[in-house]
Design a binder for this molecule. Sequence first.
Ligand SMILES: [Zn+2]
Length: 145
Amino acid sequence: MLPNRPHSDYAFYNGRRWRNYSKRYRQLNSCCEVCNGEGRTTGVTLSYSHDLKRNVSDGVTDHVVPISKGGAVWDDSNHMAMCHHHHNRKRAYEQRGYVVDAVQGIDGLVPDDRAAIIDKLLLIEQVAERGADWIDSDRVRPGHD
Ligand SMILES: [Zn+2]
């Protein structure tokens, strides 16, 4: 039985169940999947920082379809290991209206095509490097469900 959908992102992401799950997911998927898409290896596991004197994370377990957009909470086909850089890029892009093509998963929406999402994030990267940070043809697609 899957738990109910979380009431707040903050409580969810700071809850023990998600933190344990995310840690385990990143042990099994220990590199950023977007970086992998362009042949780079960027670890996303926890490592000890001698400066901060605590474990720090080199990345996150991203909900590809955000929970707030109906994304599956625990279905691992909605999870993707991401370095902080690519996760921040994805979030910024989402705030500007990027919507992932999704299908119904076990407990919510999951991405239709993971490879296409990775390609899109790498394309955003190339555009950002050229100084333009937006691709007009990707503007919000209203009515997406
Ligand atoms: Zn990355």
